[in-house]
Design a protein around this ligand. Structure first.
Ligand SMILES: [Zn+2]
Length: 251
């Protein structure tokens, strides 16, 4: 299995750029209007500087946050860690204990909100440090059970290298949910084709994304084999399937 490396959102203690436009009216002529210190809950940083700006057009003021910080009292990095720990199989209670041990105690309710935020794609920065293009992307899901509730994790890989490109919690498993999940990868990496299993949900999504679609034969074979294995007395089919598999490997 390839090594998995996660990229957590970075957190800076000072904004390293100016805002590009007023969030209220879009005007680009902005004046600095003081600064404030904000306490944040994070693994490494406890305080950040927030710069206030005043728009010269609509005269409204707004706050400009450093990287990895927003109006929330917890950093994006910490929210990411809590969602990821849960997604990797820890219960909400265990994530809460883990974060307390790291000095960032969180209630189970907050962790659950982080997970949903992550699943909706609001927490970006979870992609691997893949650079350049991923012409052919593989997409797959796996279901984990959490307190009797099915939870779906979506994986995106570079089909050529097999490297993991990103991982998401899929809250909605319908076409709209899949669009939200896959669109950002397609536009970021210039994806031209997608390899998936034979799940019918992918087909309309891939069409809307305007890229090529390939059904992965290994997936199909795995699914067929699993279904055959579930049925008693199909030894002849199983044997045949195995022979066909050996022939493919020999050739
Ligand atoms: Zn304005």
């Amino acid at each position: 299995m390839s090594r998995v490396r996660f990229t957590l959102p970075q957190v800076k203690d000072y904004p390293d750029s100016r805002p590009s436009a007023c969030p209220h009216c879009g005007s680009v002529i902005l004046n600095r209007h003081g600064k404030v210190t904000k306490r944040v809950t994070d693994l490494y940083i406890s305080e950040v500087t927030v710069i206030r700006y005043r728009c010269t057009d609509c005269l409204k003021t707004f706050r400009h946050y450093p990287k990895g910080v927003d109006s929330h009292d917890r950093s994006l990095r910490l929210r990411g860690v809590s969602a990821l720990s849960w997604a990797l199989g820890l219960s909400l209670r265990s994530v809460s204990h883990l974060l307390s041990a790291l000095g960032c105690g969180l209630s189970r309710m907050s962790i659950w909100r982080d997970v949903q935020e992550w699943g909706s794609g609001a927490l970006s920065g979870w992609m691997n440090r893949t650079r350049g293009r991923v012409r052919v992307m593989g997409a797959d899901e796996t279901v984990i059970r959490l307190r009797g509730k099915k939870t779906v994790l979506g994986f995106v890989t570079d089909a050529k290298s097999g490297q993991l490109v990103g991982m998401d919690v899929l809250v909605d498993r319908d076409s709209e949910g899949f669009m939200r999940w896959l669109q950002r990868y397609v536009s970021r990496f210039g994806v031209e084709a997608m390899v998936t299993d034979d799940l019918s949900t992918y087909k309309p999504v891939v069409e809307r994304l305007g890229i090529e679609h390939q059904v992965c034969i290994a997936h199909v074979r795995k699914n067929v084999r699993r279904r055959i294995d579930e049925i008693d007395g199909w030894d002849w089919h199983r044997e045949n399937d195995r022979k066909a598999q050996d022939q493919v490997q020999d050739s």
